[in-house]
Design a protein around this ligand. Structure first.
Ligand code: KG4
Length: 340
């Protein structure tokens, strides 16, 4: 009999539900929350309320699109964390209620593991190349920047991670500071395509080992723009594309330096990326370019699996389910990965 997993994701500002049958995606429904746009960032209380409104229709739609009945589900996988506690509470509570109502097992998923395993979601009409184990995953999102060594679907080692801001945060905060809008990543990515990446230089951090730091470059950009604007108030308007291209290049250089180092240290040539920032066109091109140069096999997620989605929670849940893992009904969500 097929293993059918319902995945539920509610860690930040996307309410999502997906159904996978064995490893094949049957549906993946996402309700994004437009309510945060005017605030220039996610407002946790508004996010929780929107999840409450969205969760029932999103799950019903995922079940109906998959062409199954609720009782066909083998297990319910939900994001336990990391993320916004109020948002996680909505998904976790709903998953528990559904598990009781349908008398089905519950499986908890670490959101970051979901991002790393997104490349293992199969689709009925699409051939998917999957990395072989062990592989390195550059996990880059609004909340995390990590280099993860993935030994098996359930065995992860974090080789390096940010000691302060995540790279997505650097995109978002700098975009806000330059008055470009939110979320900053896609906006800067778009403007960067029309700019000269070598026009401006920003100071890069010197962090030992494989860890990252992105708070310094944020400050570096802030002072640079402030000083130039003092000389010419139209500096930003005249140079927007070049600033974005140069800033983005600097972030990509920082990410790639440590990834190359990790590949050399481990001898691993299977390289994947995941998380919201893996949608960045400059980063995707650069990974492929370095891959050709260094003999890596590179794995880039489809755009729909880069940002938060329940398909990745369902696939991670599938591996935990097959491993016999079950969550108890008194499990609580956690906001930090350290508490997982
Ligand atoms: O993984 P994600 O949806 O949420 C979590 O943080 O879990 O990632 C969101 C982040 C935001 O910081 C957003 O600006 C960034 O991903 N992002 C991008 C791009 N698309 C989304 N950053 C750079 N370039 C993009 N094209």
């Amino acid at each position: 009999m097929a293993d059918i997993i319902l995945g539920i994701e509610s860690s930040c500002d996307d309410t999502s539900a997906a159904i996978i049958k064995d490893r094949v995606l049957m549906s993946n429904v996402i309700a994004s929350q437009a309510v945060h746009k005017s605030y220039g960032g996610v407002v946790p209380e508004l996010a929780s309320r929107a999840h409450e409104q969205n969760i029932v229709p999103v799950i019903s739609e995922a079940i109906s699109q998959a062409g199954i009945q609720p009782e066909d589900i083998s297990a319910i996988a939900f994001t336990r964390g990391p993320g916004l506690l109020g948002s996680l509470l909505v998904g976790t509570s709903f998953a528990k209620a559904l598990a009781i109502a349908l008398d089905k097992p519950l499986v908890m998923v670490n959101h970051l593991q979901g991002h790393v395993l997104a490349g293992f979601v199969r689709e009925p009409d699409r051939e998917v190349r999957e990395p072989s184990f062990p592989f390195l995953c550059l996990l880059v999102s609004g909340g995390n920047s990590q280099i993860v060594k993935v030994n098996s679907p359930l065995d992860f080692e974090i080789l390096g991670q940010t000691i302060d801001d995540a790279v997505g945060e650097a995109f978002d905060k700098c975009s806000k500071m330059m008055g470009l809008g939110y979320p900053g990543g896609p906006i800067i990515d778009k403007l960067a395509k029309q700019g000269n990446p070598d026009r401006f230089k920003f100071a890069k951090p010197h962090i030992p080992g494989l860890d990252y730091s992105f708070s310094g470059i944020k400050t570096s950009l802030l002072y640079f723009v402030r000083d130039e604007m003092a000389k010419d108030p139209e500096f930003m308007d005249k140079n927007r594309e070049d600033i974005c291209a140069s800033f983005q290049k600097c972030l990509i250089d920082i990410l790639m330096d440590k990834l190359i180092k990790a590949a050399k240290q481990t001898g691993i040539k299977e390289i994947a990326i995941g998380g919201g920032v893996s949608a960045n066109s400059g980063l995707r091109n650069r990974i492929e370019e370095e891959g050709r140069k260094r003999g890596w096999n590179t794995y880039l997620p489809q755009f729909k699996f880069t940002t938060d989605n329940a398909a990745m929670i369902a696939i991670a849940g599938y591996f935990h389910y097959l491993n016999g893992e079950r969550a108890s009904l008194d499990v609580a969500p956690v906001s930090r990965v350290a508490d997982f």
